[in-house]
Design a protein around this ligand. Structure first.
Ligand code: 5AD
Ligand code: SF4
Length: 422
């Protein structure tokens, strides 16, 4: 989501005469777009700002901090880093050009922290500066689920779904700029809902189907989903809509029912497994991915072993796993029985050993087999190109085998944990 937001800010500013640079020292404006989801991510801001201050000491430079740390800690940023000119939460960055104009006229700007996703999307332009065949498209923002460990409902606000016509327009627009794969984005993407032309309430499966009618779109993905919103129609879409890729990122967080309850996930481990079974029955080739948290307050060895058991049962193709990180203002941060850091570390290591082994096994199962790869960009080496299989694996190949934007059927000759080679 932050990657998408940064792209949109860059698009917006390019329309106001700005040019992007990779060299910080050359910049007249530096925007630090921040993430607040875990402590490590938000800590980065102040070390980045320290470096930026040194540049600002030497030249005229405007500094903006945007995103969820700005939303959650706007006031502290003004105090700790008074040289920051502009602070904007994730729902206000469409006002950047107007604010930057005021700053250049010598005005002081107070932090922009309103929640107005509607206005934001109405004021952004899409696709103009798009490079490459894949793109994110934000279709939903915010979250009403209130998992007790998570800051998103506070930093991104309540759930908001963009309208069908707006999304279709954005996707069509992107295809005019060479995009053939879209990943529909939302903090809780499968809670997306909208109204069709006849006034009927629709869910994500309908939207995916509508997008699949856009001829130049060859591949559709969506992320991130919540198990509670994984309805029958969406599960069936994985059989009925050819352009929907056989990959599902469905976080479970924990395999222990008592921890799931304390997390306010509103589902049990069994409920999750039932969804996985259903989706595998509908489409046996689907690649599964998940998010996991170890060391949630009160997590015992037994709870942790329940997570290990669930992971062994599901067999993931990919995963994201984290140590629980106490986030200010969330209900879990004030719970007793916080798990010591050393224990979290040991548990994460053990969990990741199993998850990474599964990922490697999954990738190795494609040795000697054919995959369909959408070529996205040049690879790490000059003579290489890189793309993604239908199952989201990174695949590297000789540059003579295809051009960026093409979908090629290739035979896999090398496999590793993180990538495949032709
Ligand atoms: N601590 C650790 N991981 C977290 N996540 C969200 N909040 C926290 C937290 N406080 C993880 C969850 C979520 C992913 C985006 O980040 O696994 O699915
Ligand atoms: Fe956070 Fe996802 Fe839970 Fe929403 S559903 S509160 S975004 S972890």
């Amino acid at each position: 989501m932050n990657f998408y937001d940064s792209e949109k800010m860059s698009d917006l500013l390019m329309n106001h005469g700005y040019v992007a640079t990779d060299i910080q020292e050359d910049a007249d404006l530096i925007i630090v777009n921040t993430c607040h989801i875990r402590e490590k991510a938000s800590e980065k801001l102040f070390s980045d700002l320290g470096r930026i201050k040194k540049i600002k000491d030497k030249k005229r430079l405007t500094v903006a901090v945007t995103g969820c740390v700005a939303q959650a800690e706007g006031e502290q940023i003004s105090v700790r880093a008074p040289f920051v000119d502009l602070i904007s939460g994730p729902q206000s960055y469409h006002r950047l050009p107007e604010m930057l104009r005021k700053i250049s006229n010598g005005k002081n700007i107070s932090p922009l922290l309103e929640f107005m996703p509607n206005e934001k999307f109405d004021n952004l332009e899409f696709g103009k500066n798009k490079k490459g065949p894949t793109s994110f498209v934000s279709i939903q923002e915010g979250c009403d689920k209130f998992c007790t460990f998570c800051v998103v409902p506070y930093t991104r606000g309540a759930e908001f779904s963009r309208s069908i016509s707006e999304i279709i327009d954005e996707v069509s627009n992107l295809t005019d700029h060479g995009v053939c794969e879209v990943t529909l984005l939302g903090q809780n993407v499968n809670s997306w809902h909208g109204v069709d032309k006849k006034g009927k309430e629709r869910g994500l499966a309908y939207l995916i189907n509508e997008i699949s009618y856009i001829k130049k779109i060859k591949r559709i993905r969506y992320t991130t989903s919540h198990p509670l919103d994984m309805d029958e129609e969406l599960i069936l879409a994985h059989k009925n809509i050819n352009k929907l890729m056989p990959y599902l990122h469905l976080p479970v967080q924990s395999g222990s029912d008592s921890i799931l309850k304390a997390m306010n996930r509103k589902h049990t481990a069994k409920d999750y497994i039932k969804i996985i079974d259903k989706i595998r029955k509908i489409n046996p080739e689907i690649a599964l991915s998940g998010d996991f948290i170890v060391g949630f307050p009160g997590e015992t060895d037994k709870d942790f072993n329940d997570t290990i058991r669930l992971v062994k049962e599901v067999q993931y193709a990919q995963s994201y796993s984290f140590k629980y990180s106490e986030r200010p203002g969330t209900p879990a941060s004030v719970l007793d029985f916080q798990v010591p850091e050393s224990k979290k570390r040991v548990r994460l290591k053990k969990l990741q050993e199993i998850l990474f082994e599964q990922q490697e096994k999954y990738n190795f199962s494609f040795l000697g087999k054919e995959l369909e790869v959408l070529i996205e960009k040049t690879g790490g080496r000059d003579d290489q190109i890189m793309g993604r299989s239908q199952y989201m694996q990174s695949v590297y190949m000789d540059k003579n085998l295809g051009k960026i934007g093409e979908i090629k059927t290739v035979k896999i000759s090398h496999a590793g944990k993180n990538s495949l080679k032709v």
